[in-house]
Design a protein around this ligand. Structure first.
Ligand code: ATP
Ligand code: MG
Length: 326
């Protein structure tokens, strides 16, 4: 069976790291057909649209999408793309690797972030000159869905600790709903869990990440806490993510287009290659996903390394080393 994969490199280092992931997928014994689509600043400049209809259609009809990054137009690209694939769950693992000098070497966390509502619902207005508002939407349905997903993920991937992050002591109605719904799911399943106030959690994650496994969070908290965890394990160049819906999914590195290093050929391709490994898991190729993760881990351990990890290798050198391992 051939799987059609939409490949959307986008802007900046997205153009450099996306081909690395495609090369890795091509090196495996799985039939893929890659179809490339345009999105981001460059195509907006040309056509006036950051996410052309053609690209939306491509993502909708493909079995999965690999997305690199978009620059200024990031919100105009990734938010609608997540909608096109119907994704309600953003999965962001943050794992420290033995050979790397991480701030916290015993980190093995997975953020399961609600991906459709919260303060990212985009309902903002300027109600008077210099006075702005934002409506935060939290529904029981979306909160239950993300909790179910998080507990399933923990079970399937062998995580014992599940934490529900919230700030229900202040946002009593909205985060109260999130917390109630998520706890109800846990009770129904008879699952063990903890709850944590997201601000205190930020501190505990820095000091004792080893106490946590899967962390189920509302949208904004998941975004911020997962970047924090990126810092614990060695930087944005290492963190993959998945946006998962009932019938489709999109895989992208947590990092953006990194304009400061774009065009130099030194971006770390690990986050993007690890995103491709998540794509493999999603399509049911768990062994191949593990092989790719093992190859990346070996290269992170022994080098070559890109400058963000203290080395002087190029994106291509690292990609080639991963391919050699495979
Ligand atoms: P965007 O506006 O597209 O989100 P940004 O300025 O927020 O871009 P990020 O791409 O999120 O930038 O990167 C933040 C920092 O991390 C930058 O200094 C960037 O160079 C570095 N960085 C991000 N990804 C990588 C990578 N894959 N390899 C090396 N460095 C990276
Ligand atoms: Mg950014």
């Amino acid at each position: 069976m051939t799987h059609q994969i939409a490949v959307i490199p986008g802007d900046g280092i997205g153009q450099e790291v996306t081909p690395a992931a495609v090369d890795v997928l091509n090196a495996l014994d799985v039939e893929f057909e890659f179809v490339e689509g345009e999105a981001g600043d460059a195509v907006k400049e040309e056509t006036g649209e950051a996410l052309p209809q053609e690209t939306r259609d491509l993502a909708a009809e493909s079995d999965a999408t690999l997305f690199g990054a978009a620059g200024e137009t990031a919100a105009d690209v990734i938010l609608p793309l997540r909608e096109v694939v119907g994704s309600f769950a953003n999965v962001r693992p943050a794992v420290s690797y033995p050979g790397l000098d991480a701030v916290q070497p015993d980190t093995d966390l997975v953020f399961v972030r609600e991906n459709t509502e919260g303060v990212y619902s985009g309902i903002e207005s300027e109600i008077a000159d210099g006075v702005t508002t934002l409506t935060r939407v939290i529904t029981e349905e979306a909160s239950r869905d993300i909790a179910e997903f998080g507990f399933d993920y923990a079970e399937e991937n062998g995580y014992d600790d599940v934490t529900i992050a919230h700030k229900a002591n202040v946002m009593r109605t909205t985060d109260g709903e999130f917390l109630d719904a998520a706890e109800a799911v846990a009770e129904e399943r008879g699952a063990d869990y903890d709850t944590a106030l997201m601000d205190a959690l930020a501190m505990h994650l820095i000091m004792h990440p080893e106490d946590y496994g899967v962390i189920i969070c509302p949208n904004l908290a998941g975004d911020v806490l997962s970047d924090l965890a990126a810092g614990l394990v060695g930087g944005l160049g290492l963190l993959p993510s998945a946006n998962v819906g009932p019938d489709n999914a999109l895989f992208e590195p947590v990092h953006g287009s990194a304009p400061d290093i774009a065009g130099e050929g030194v971006a770390n391709p690990s986050a993007m290659i690890l995103s491709a490994a998540m794509l493999l898991d999603h399509l049911g190729y768990d062994d191949e996903g593990d092989r790719v993760r093992d190859a990346v881990e070996a290269v992170l351990d022994e080098g070559p390394r890109t400058p963000d990890l203290g080395g002087d290798a190029s994106t291509e050198d690292v990609t080639q080393a991963v391919l050699d391992r495979l």
